[in-house]
Write a protein that binds this ligand. Sequence first.
Ligand code: ZN
Length: 224
Amino acid sequence: MNVLVWAFGGHKAASTTVFIHLTNLPHMGERIDMIRLKSNVRITMLPQSTLLGSMISHLTTAPISTRFQWPRILNSCKIWPSINTPPKYTSYQQWIDVNDKKLAPAILKYRQQQLDISLATATGNILLKACRPSIGIDPILQIPMTTFERSRLLRWRMGWLPARRVPCSRCDANHASRNHLIDCLRVAEKFNIAPTSSPNPLDYIINLLPKWSIISPSIKRANT
Ligand SMILES: [Zn+2]
């Protein structure tokens, strides 16, 4: 069973797409490109005293037909083209700085592009489209609330509410679907928003929840 499915206690065939997005976990394809990117950068940074390092000048300047698989290896990474010039470093600390200033933004930009593609797909995941259209941990996992409340919000996001086909307990409808519950509970009216709020009034409100900072306001004030 998928470890993520085990983590949120879902059926073995349950989709992990929304959970991966809510928890800001890169997809496997993105992870592969991130590893390729870091591998490419590290290879270009090897000192001349290493075998591969001594070959880099040849691999980057020789006629392309004699560069072995090096161009293919570089181009197999989808993030690499966004790195205009390979970063250089001479110390571990400099590697950290380069990683923070150059690689991390490139990776974030790539992941956002991948998310934009998913959201723009007409046949894409409707539940994913109801979430925030940006990369990051969803505030429903961070802001203070009871375990019950967090569970309900997560289950709503993942399409588990209602858990099964049941009649509405508030009216005569024989199927309390997500759309029916939003209308029947007058969510838009209670929050004083338009019934046409996208993607639906309830997810619209959830998407407005503020981002939670792990630094408390008192500590922030003390540092300013
Ligand atoms: Zn109803």
